[in-house]
Structures are given as C-alpha cells and as structure tokens.
Design a protein around this ligand. Structure first.
Ligand code: PRP
Ligand code: ADE
Length: 178
C-alpha cells in the first residue's frame, strides 16, 4: 500500500488520452476528490506547507481551483476569494484576458476582494501553459496583493507554464509533475 501522500495523489490521477482533442492527455483529478483518503492526503500536503507561512487569503481559479482552494482556506482559517471566468461576478470587477491553446479567455475578480498588501495564496488544479495562473496573479497584483505562491496539484513542465510563472517572479508549488 502507498503511504507517501504525494505518491498516493500521483497514482490516483487518471490519464485520459486524446481528450478533449487528439494529442492531449487530460490529467483528471476527480478520482483524487472521490477517494476520501486521497482527498485528505492532498489537502494535508498543502496545509502542512502553509500552516506556518504568513498568509491572509486564499484565491481559487474557476472552476477546479475552487474545490481545493476553498477547502484549503477553511483549514488555514482564512477567507476565500473566487477568480471567475468572465461574466459571472455581480459586483464591480477587474478583468484580464489571456491566451488558451485555441483563442482567448478572460478572468475576473471583484474590486473589493482584498486590501493592498494582503498576502495571498493563488490555487488552481493544474498548470499547463500557465496563462490562467498568470492572468489570475495579475488581477491579484492589480489590487495590491502580495502573491505568496501559485499552488497547483499538477504541473505539466513540458508546456513551460511553471517556468514562465517563475520568470514573472512568482513562487510556484505543485504536488506532482507529468
Ligand atoms: C484548466 C485548468 C487550469 C487551466 C490550465 O481550466 O483547470 O485552470 O486549464 O491551463 P493553462 O495553464 O494553459 O492556462 P479550464 O480553462 O479547462 O477550465 P475549467 O477549470 O472550468 O475546466
Ligand atoms: N488544462 C489544460 N491542459 C490540461 C490537461 N492536460 N489536463 C487537465 N487539465 C488541463
């Protein structure tokens, strides 16, 4: 049986070849969430990493970043802020456009989501090109946040996203790399 929590998460992620299109291997985290021991192992990796770090707030990226980000915020006794896809947030927002593999997308944040100087953990499930995480971090920084770390379950290093984020001055942490 597996006892190392990182290995347990790595071995529980399901690989779907050629989805959503030929040539892409989709890294499906739903089995990690479904298995109570694995879900707890995953969250505990993050909790132990940040429980002695000065953090004021957790921000999670729509949609899979909400699942892990909100649980982590709760466990760290912090508030949670959603970074949403365009058109979902009802109050005044800031917006950042970014490139996907095909076309453009946009993320938004409420203008009162945080106060300048607050220390924020930015959470998503996966870093591919890094475009989503970079756009989200720009939103946080435009509001004056200090982004402590960009946090993901999975990094796909061949796509260069984590390198690009580090080049922009962000700290990056991922549980497993494929
Ligand atoms: C996926 C994933 C990340 C992003 C990573 O989200 O959850 O947010 O892609 O890709 P990138 O590093 O190249 O930006 P997706 O846009 O598929 O949306 P979803 O979470 O709503 O499924
Ligand atoms: N988002 C972007 N690329 C992905 C992949 N290969 N698996 C899961 N989510 C993704």
């Amino acid at each position: 049986t597996i006892t190392d929590p990182r290995k347990r998460v790595l071995n529980t992620i399901r690989n779907i070849p050629d989805w959503p299109e030929p040539g892409v291997t989709f890294r499906d985290i739903t089995p990690v969430l479904q298995d109570p021991v694995c879900f707890r192992s995953l969250i505990d990796i993050f909790v132990y990493r940040y429980m002695r770090t000065r953090v004021d707030l957790v921000a999670g990226v729509d949609a899979r970043g909400f699942i892990v980000g909100s649980v982590l915020a709760y466990e760290l006794n912090l508030g949670f802020v959603p970074v949403r896809k365009k058109g979902k947030l009802p109050f005044d927002t800031l917006i950042e456009d970014y490139e996907l593999e095909y076309g453009m997308s946009s993320v938004e944040i409420h203008t009162d989501a945080l106060r300048p100087g607050q220390r924020v953990l930015l959470v998503d499930d996966l870093i591919a090109t890094g475009g989503t995480m970079l756009a989200a971090s720009r939103l946080l920084q435009r509001l004056g946040a200090n982004v402590v770390e960009a946090v993901a379950i999975v990094d796909l290093p061949d796509l260069g996203g984590s390198k690009a984020l580090e080049k922009e001055g962000l700290n990056v942490f991922s549980v497993c790399q494929f």
